[in-house]
Design a protein around this ligand. Structure first.
Ligand code: AP5
Length: 220
């Protein structure tokens, strides 16, 4: 299966993707995680992306499309779930084009819908493991020991762009540049492979709704 997960910053894309890959054996391709790894490794791409990310702006399309096309090219046959990409209509078109070149297309698009005041609380309370990428929340999804990753004992960190002053800019850019991607897929996936999911609910309830849709897609 080839899946795209859409949603505002903090909608729960990363949280749901980790559960999707466990259930369906897909590869999780998060553009944000790949960029953060590039930054940590001090690569040219990481250096170019840093200032955009820290201010909550989008990294230029040409850098992202090249990075994600390369990552998708390495995925085995079982397929992938895309998280954070595509984020502009131009990125969505480029993705469709590069899949068409190898006779493939996206099988399903899930749009996690969440209210703005909910995402702000989720983002500012998020803590991440710098080692394995596990995601926690100081109220909703606590680790067993405060500030420590359950998987590997690493000290949890707060992302630079999860500070309140950056969140507003990320939301503005979401409305301006990424919401049109929802309409792009709604129009191009009018055959039924586009699904809205109520993501205001707790993470387990959201997973039930997500799995219900993906089970139906997997059967086709
Ligand atoms: P990226 O890393 O993609 O960030 P984002 O899209 O802003 O999404 P988040 O990672 O903030 O949220 P999420 O939806 O994954 O939520 P999560 O599951 O963690 O991008 C970062 C930056 O990189 C961008 O700003 C940009 O600069 C650059 N970039 C990346 N891709 C790009 C692209 N394609 N083009 C250009 N630039 C790009 O959940 C959030 C919190 O809520 C967690 O603490 C979690 O525990 C909690 N939570 C999750 N679900 C629930 C629930 N149902 N109930 C309660 N709590 C929940």
């Amino acid at each position: 299966m080839r899946i795209v997960l859409l949603g505002a910053p903090g909608a729960g894309k990363g949280t749901q993707c980790k559960r999707i890959i466990d259930k369906y054996g897909l590869v999780h391709l998060s553009s944000g995680d790949i960029l953060r790894n590039e930054r940590a490794a001090g690569t040219e791409l990481g250096k170019k992306a840093e200032s955009y990310m820290n201010s909550g702006a989008l990294v230029p399309d040409e850098l992202i499309v090249e990075m994600m096309t390369e990552a998708i090219g390495k995925v085995p046959a079982a397929g992938f779930v895309l998280d954070g990409f595509p984020r502009t209509v131009n990125q969505a078109r480029q993705l469709d084009k590069s899949l068409a070149l190898i006779g493939k297309r996206i099988d399903a698009v899930l749009n996690l819908k969440v209210q703005e005041q909910v995402v702000t609380k989720r983002i500012t309370g998020r803590r991440s493991c710098p080692k394995c990428g596990a995601i926690y929340h100081i109220e909703n999804l606590k680790p067993k020991t405060e500030g420590i990753c359950d998987n590997d004992g690493a000290a949890l960190i707060q992302r630079q762009d999860d500070r309140l002053e950056v969140v507003a800019n990320r939301m503005d850019n979401y409305h301006l540049q990424t919401e049109p991607v929802v309409n792009y897929y709604k129009t191009n996936f009018s055959d039924g492979a586009f699904y809205d999911v109520d993501a205001d609910k707790d993470a387990n309830q959201v997973s039930v709704a997500v799995f219900e849709k993906l089970d139906a897609v997997a059967k086709v």
